[in-house]
Write a protein that binds this ligand. Structure first.
Ligand code: T1G
Length: 699
């Protein structure tokens, strides 16, 4: 298939790349560009060349689907070198996004013309690799090492205007892009070639101190990641080496990254996040409902945070509270949030007012009658939720979508209280709801397809990662959190200190350990939950020590003491001997002889618990794909993205090994909590992975 075609415009040859959906540099594109360059170099009827793209975007990078397959010639670095070496001027005409290999091709060109809305970037780091076709060598030369390192380490999409100021784009046109590029090409004919790779960097200001500063500034957000350090080393090479040597160094470091398991995990996440909107029974043809106005019930932290998501994208919201005071307080918190963003320079004072203008407060359900979607974020008991939904059923207009933000409750039961269960579903936001990217979309038994489809699209509109889950206690995320927390807590009663459990999981890559997380969320929340459950329904051994802390007033960070203690105004958890005394007493009471537990064992128990529950959820059809579970854990619980989520992590261990480990735990810790998920057993015995399961069940 020809993906690169040529048309003549006077003496300028325009090459058009047409490889939908995003003009990725598949083998045919590389081959087309390379053979066209060879032919055009000696074609006397051609003075100059333009590279443009059909469809929605300029080249968005290498073809990620070809990763892992044996590389086929011509290789991209050679194609870029070939373009740069041309004696005839070559101009890139950029619209959409020139990303990764796409920007590298553009940097190989001698000029770059773009439309105002275009963006450029080197997002390879998000895929666990680095720009491997000269991007780490050419971008520092043209944009300067500081801008280059910012772009390469963040992977961000740089707007055309900013790229223009960096020198990466030569011209922004508001007219026809290809015509503007042809004009630039014609003007360049006869001038000396203008090659990015020949620009000399003044290395003076970019010595070891500069790079030490860079390393320090990204240390926190790149903790555990393999590629960022290699990206920095590439730019160091660009500053200190001639182009050819720098390109060689880039190649070596690229290979190191590509071989590292993190690359596979991060690429898995790339596709996983694009799979989530493929839902059985939902197609492009499924009708959608218009969401022009949203109602939120409850102006607490959750309700206010949820409301902000809609206001941010220009959808007006009506917030309902029971009392004026609570309403005022809630709206005030929203305003303060926006003002904080303004103080950081992210919003102007005018924008803050504009955003606040999207909010209407009310004390009356009747004011929700014109809302297309109403989300309740009230206290988490079935009784209260039912009252709210009865009211909603009374006031909502026909066709309005009614959603509950419950984290655990049965959405079918909530839906059944209304006369329109087909309009009801769960929309489970994560706190703080204006920040956290995850949204669990809970498909209840009777939820209509168009309701679900509307909410899946809506998640994208409000820039959330929306994963569909079935109705079960805790849905995907919180259901898995429960056995994970249990194992962490058991480790404490068996001999580990809380700070040892936290350190083990932090070092595994979690943003914080479960004990710190408990303190932050409020230790009393789990306590109240357990009180409602009855002792026969949970592992008392794991939690009695925690409950004693709560009963002694240690409710967590909010009161300055919980599993840890906190100095006034300081959020740093500090181990507390008083807590250790309680733990030791409880261990003794249970007849447990406390023994140190190695960090690997703590991690293993917690991870196996997570994976096994994930496999149960998948087997019961409460998640459509193992990769959906990975998306939930990475975006909602801070599971290290570079491990690809718990299910991908299980695949890297091998499901046979996972199953064997769970059986070993059953033997060692008893069968009550260690029943292998039937699906896990089945896959392990068949020698399959969760990825195989996803492939076989696709569509
Ligand atoms: N390769 C293959 N498929 C790709 C792809 C790519 N690079 N980019 C997107 N797709 C598919 C995607 O899976 C989806 O497929 C469809 O295109 C639309 O994508 C040597 C090593 C371009 C900003 O990392 O950031 O260059 O699900 O839903 O929201 O240094 O896609 O429809 O079947 O995301 O409009 C570097 C990745 C590669 C860019 C468009 N490039 N892509 O966003 O649509 S590494 C990237 C994106 C590299 C060199 C190297 C976005 C987008 P399907 P979409 P979108």
């Amino acid at each position: 298939m020809t993906t690169v075609s040529k048309t003549m415009h006077g003496r300028v040859a325009v090459l058009t790349v047409d490889n939908p959906p995003v003009n990725a540099l598949s083998h045919s594109v590389r081959d087309g560009l390379s053979s066209q360059m060879t032919a055009l170099a000696s074609d006397d009827s051609v003075d100059a060349i333009v590279i443009a793209c059909a469809g929605r975007t300029f080249i968005a990078g290498a073809d990620i689907r070809e990763f892992g397959a044996p590389p086929k010639e011509p290789h991209l670095p050679d194609v870029v070198n070939q373009i740069e070496a041309m004696e005839k001027p070559v101009v890139a005409a950029i619209h959409g996004t020139a990303l990764g290999g796409g920007l590298e091709v553009a940097l190989g060109c001698h000029y770059r013309v773009a439309v105002e809305s275009a963006k450029v970037g080197l997002p390879e780091v998000h895929l666990g690799i680095l720009p491997g076709a000269g991007g780490t060598q050419r971008l520092p030369r043209i944009a300067g090492p500081a801008n280059a390192i910012d772009a390469i380490l963040s992977g961000r999409h740089v707007k055309a205007r900013e790229a223009l100021s960096w020198g990466v784009i030569d011209e922004i046109t508001d007219g026809d892009l290809v015509e503007a590029a042809i004009a630039t090409a014609e003007k360049a004919v006869g001038k000396a070639p203008r090659r990015t790779g020949e620009i000399e960097i003044d290395g003076e200001a970019f010595g070891p101190e500069f790079f030490a500063g860079v390393r320090k500034s990204v240390a926190k957000q790149t903790r555990g990641y393999f590629a960022p350090e290699r990206c920095i080393q590439c730019v160091e090479a660009a500053v200190s080496m001639p182009l050819a040597e720098g390109l060689k160094r880039e190649r070596e470091l690229f290979q190191e990254c590509a071989k590292n398991p993190q690359a596979k995990a991060l690429q898995h996440m790339f596709f996983a996040e694009r799979q989530i909107s493929r839902i059985p029974g939902i197609t492009k043809e499924t009708p959608r409902r218009d969401i022009k106005k949203v109602g939120i019930i409850g102006a607490g932290t959750m309700g206010g945070g949820i409301a902000m998501n809609f206001a941010n994208v220009g959808i007006p919201v009506t917030i309902l509270e029971v009392q004026q005071e609570a309403l005022d307080r809630g709206l005030d918190v929203v305003r303060k949030n926006y003002e904080r963003s303004a103080a950081k320079g992210k919003l102007t004072a005018e924008q803050v007012e504009g955003l606040m203008g999207q909010f209407t407060g009310t004390l009356s359900y009747d004011d929700l009658s014109d809302c297309d979607l109403i989300i309740e974020a009230v206290f988490e008991t079935m009784e209260i939720k039912k009252k709210v939904f009865t009211e909603l059923d009374r006031v909502a207009k026909p066709g309005a979508i009614l959603a509950s933000n419950t984290s655990y409750l049965d959405v079918d039961e909530i839906a059944a209280i209304t006369k329109r269960p087909e309009d009801v579903l769960g929309l489970h936001f994560f706190s703080p709801a204006n920040v956290m990217r995850l949204l669990e979309i809970v498909r209840a038994e009777k939820t209509a397809d168009d309701v679900l489809a509307t909410c899946v699209d809506l998640a994208k509109t409000i820039r959330k990662v929306g994963v569909v889950a079935g109705v079960c206690h805790g849905f995907i995320g919180n259901r898995m959190l429960s056995p994970y927390g249990r194992e962490a807590s058991l480790a404490v009663i068996e001999g580990a200190k809380p700070e040892e459990v936290d350190a083990a999981l932090y070092n595994f890559g979690m943003p914080m350990g479960p004990m710190t997380m408990s303190d932050m969320a409020g230790v009393d929340i789990g306590y109240l939950n357990r009180q409602g459950m009855g002792r026969e329904n949970y592992e008392t051994k794991a939690y009695d020590w925690v409950d004693r802390l709560v009963e002694a007033g240690r409710k967590g960070l909010k009161v300055g003491k919980g599993i840890y203690k906190y100095a006034e105004g300081d959020r740093t958890p500090q181990p507390d001997p008083e807590v250790m005394a309680v733990i030791e007493e409880e261990s003794a009471k249970l007849g447990i002889e406390r023994k140190p537990i190695p960090a690997e064992d703590i991690v293993e128990r917690c991870m196996m618990a997570l994976i096994n529950e994930g496999a149960k959820i998948l087997g019961e059809g409460k998640a459509y794909r193992a990769s959906d579970i990975d998306v939930v854990y990475v975006n909602g619980y801070g599971y290290p993205r570079y491990r690809g989520g718990p299910m991908h992590y299980a695949d890297t261990i091998g499901l046979k090994n996972v199953y064997a480990k769970i059986m070993e735990f059953q033997e060692k810790f008893g069968p009550r909590w260690w029943q292998p998920a039937p699906l896990l057993k089945e896959l392990a015995e068949a020698g399959k992975s969760f990825a195989d399961y996803d492939r076989e069940n696709a569509g």
